[in-house]
Design a protein around this ligand. Sequence first.
Ligand code: IDP
Ligand code: MG
Length: 139
Amino acid sequence: MTEYTLSIIKPDAVKRNLIGKINSILETNNFKIVAQKMLLLSSVDAETFYGVHKEKPFFIDLCKYMTSGPIVVQVLKSNDAVKKYREIMGATNPQNADENTIRKLFGKSVEENSVHGSDSNENAETEINFFFSSREILD
Ligand code: IDP
Ligand code: MG
């Protein structure tokens, strides 16, 4: 089934000039990038986006990190996009991620793990709508 997922290239990866390398991995794996923009997340937007984690001990640090520099937000289209991107992205902690996953290749730590991917179709829809209007998605 054709699906959509939200991807974020996080500040650590943008800072290290990894946008192209990550996009190349996405395209090699048959994802179509149907929307993409660079932006600086506001604190309010970071807190809203990661609202599900607001009780976690890492929440404040996570929001600080996600607002520390530009990010690239993307809508990816492919067969089985949500599950497939979670696989290519790798485990949250890069140390536990499989070989050749984006987080294993580029992640610096459990926090600075280079990319975000939606974890369900329902959340993908919410997250895509959080960042993009329908006219920005060139499908
Ligand atoms: P996910 O990004 O693999 O879905 P989540 O548990 O949803 O992982 O956590 C969201 C983000 O919060 C992670 O990608 C990472 O940047 C950060 N994070 C998760 N767990 C920790 C932790 O134990 N310490 C610091 N940061 C964390
Ligand atoms: Mg998550």
